[in-house]
Write a protein that binds this ligand. Structure first.
Ligand SMILES: [Zn+2]
Length: 155
């Protein structure tokens, strides 16, 4: 599935708790995730401006938003309970990397932008998945393929 590119028109009618641009994008993205996911236990919960509740994990998602002539990456945070995290990312090893990668947003954005610009193509299964168009550099993709990406990407 190709990455969805959002535009500011997508915000028409968006409702969020505080109404700021980031929260409205979060609300629109939560609707997108809800429509895409199957078998995800419970509702999609975005964090807005609060921290994650105890026992939950803050998971970043990258939204590509078309602004003028270019694309900007915007981060929306989702709060996942343990069973939600396991449903979203079944691989235990990859799941263990989520907190570490969630603390490295700038590096992940650079990798996304390099992949998008065609200046970085990872090897092996990561590169193959991107080249067929089956995957795009979502946060989940970055977590799943982090050993390869981390080793091969030199900014
Ligand atoms: Zn807000």
């Amino acid at each position: 599935m190709a990455e969805r590119i959002f535009t500011l028109d997508d915000l028409t009618g968006a409702r969020s708790v505080c109404g700021c641009l980031a929260c409205n994008l979060g609300a629109v993205f939560a609707g997108h995730l809800t429509a895409q996911r199957t078998g995800y236990p419970g509702p999609v919960t975005t964090l807005g401006h609060r921290g994650p509740a105890p026992g939950t994990t803050a998971v970043p998602h990258f939204l590509a938003v078309r602004l003028g002539g270019g694309l900007a990456d915007i981060v929306v945070w989702e709060e996942m309970r343990p069973q939600q995290l396991a449903a979203w990312l079944p691989d235990r090893e990859a799941r263990a990397r989520v907190p570490l990668l969630a603390s490295r947003i700038p590096r992940l954005v650079r990798i996304r932008q390099a992949i998008r610009a065609g200046t970085f193509t990872p090897s092996g299964p990561a590169g193959a998945a991107l080249s067929t168009g089956n995957r795009y550099p979502s946060f989940r993709f970055l977590v799943e393929h982090w050993p390869t990406l981390s080793k091969e990407f030199t900014p």
